[in-house]
Write a protein that binds this ligand. Structure first.
Ligand code: GSH
Length: 198
């Protein structure tokens, strides 16, 4: 299998963590800049986005959560859906909302020279980040040890990405329970090797 990724994308990170936690060994990877329209990325993803996974049969899979879905089908154990699948997917949906809003803010800055962050749409995206993180802080995914489920993977990915992109922005409130959750999984190889790096 072959994965196209970059080292900052939270979507690529979700796929990387899922592949690592499923212990998919036969995997090569290319780091690409999706904004540079690399022909090999366009070949496997017409949307020119990472992640894109080429299976052993040569099929390309795109969209982080579709890749996770496919992995669950191909390699059901260990499951990333946890014991309470509904709760896991509900929390993962909130985390994906944070990730989408954060990425969209970065894209908004590319689209306009004007101050995207303080424009009405930018403020909507910021509200999604703030409210989503607060909702997760109030009811964080459960984790003690072992393979993390999708709610943990997406929540920690969202938290790390927001801190990576927005640093100590004053609008990010204290998130002690999410920080504690991130501390529990950060030593896992899957999380450590995929931590966002510029
Ligand atoms: N919904 C997609 C989003 C993927 C995505 O937007 N990836 C970004 C990197 S964070 C990208 O490649 N952007 C390039 C572009 O939008 O042209 C997923 O879940 O995989």
């Amino acid at each position: 299998m072959h994965l196209f990724l970059n080292t900052t994308s939270p979507y690529a990170r979700i796929a990387r963590i899922a592949l690592a936690e499923k212990e998919i060994g036969d995997l090569s990877a290319d780091i690409v800049d999706p904004w540079a329209d690399a022909p090999q990325l366009l070949e496997v993803n017409t949307a020119a986005r990472v992640p894109a996974l080429v299976t052993g049969e040569g099929r390309s899979l795109t969209e982080s959560l579709l890749i996770v879905m496919w992995l669950e089908h191909e390699r059901p154990e260990p499951s990333l859906l946890g014991h309470d699948v509904t709760a896991v997917l509900s929390l993962a949906g909130i985390a994906m909302g944070v990730i989408d809003a954060a990425v969209h803010t970065l894209i908004g800055r590319k689209i306009t020279d004007a101050d995207f962050d303080d424009a009405p749409v930018g403020l909507r995206r910021r509200r999604s980040i703030v409210d989503g993180l607060q909702r997760l802080e109030a009811d964080p995914p459960e984790y003690t040890k072992g393979v993390p489920d999708l709610s943990v993977i997406t929540t920690v990915t969202a938290l790390d990405y927001v801190r990576f992109r927005f640093g100590t922005a004053t609008w990010i409130s204290e998130l002690p329970r999410l920080d504690a959750l991130a501390g529990l999984v950060r030593q896992r190889q899957s999380f450590e090797m995929s931590y966002p790096r510029a």
